[in-house]
Design a binder for this molecule. Sequence first.
Ligand code: A3P
Length: 295
Amino acid sequence: MELIQDVSRPPLVSVKGIPLIKYFAECIERLKDLQVWPDDVLISTYPKSGTTWVSEILDMIYQGGDQEKCQRGPIYTRVPFLEFKAPGILSGMETLKQIPAPRLIKTHLPLLLLPQALLDRKVKIIYMARNAKDVAVSYFNFYKMAKVHPDPGAWEDFLEKFMTGQVCYGSWYQHVQEWWELRKRQPVLYLFYEDMKKNPKREIQKITEFVGRPLPEDIIDRIVQQTSFKKMQENPMTNYTTAPTEVMDHSISPFMRKGITGDWKNTFTVAQNERFDADYEKKMADSDLHFHTDL
Ligand code: A3P
């Protein structure tokens, strides 16, 4: 019990100016030892952008739509989380050593902290972005339940931190823009959570083409069904209920929370929304990247 209290909610630690969960910060240095294989595929996202969703879709594609095979372990063992480390749990690097090629690897790192070998070896990258308002609300709820984060405080304060990049992994604005630019020089498939909600079949087809694993239409339809929010919410191999309670407490807020676009409207006040929009315009002014905050 004492041990749990000791490891719970440590303050974020800055690595090259990027705030990170303390345990993750401790293992960044070791990531340079990553052995990159030519058929590795990297799944990159800013947190709360649908990482688990796109990870499950990819594993299902790799398993040819075979649901049984996708039950072989929790998502974090099938798609290792590169920079993950927490007390008493296998780290991402350790998990990676245990899985055979072809590997799917998850990261939330900004480019500044990404192991260079992944770029040098030109691994295929699937980036999933989600609109900032829904990310902020999802992140606030996640901070509350995932106790490796500091206490988020009141929503008002958390939103301020989100807007100024003082949350784990730093600025959303910087993250979505730099990976958007990266597609000009690396093999990046840039996807949007909102598009996936609207037309999952079309987006899944895009992924199969990008990773060079075409599938018959009935299998794609099965993947669409199996990766619906409801299915993934009920599935212990995707809903994170297998994670220790000290790390994720679903009684505070479930990991599979709502899975919709536009939920931000239930949390943002009118004044917060106006302030957020004005600030957003400034931060995104130089970018041709556009998001939908409604479906
Ligand atoms: P909400 O908190 O808004 O519900 P990540 O996997 O990057 O941590 O993102 C988690 C968010 O994606 C959560 O958002 C979660 O509910 C949502 N999500 C997970 N699986 C989903 C699915 N199959 N369809 C839609 N949303 C999903």
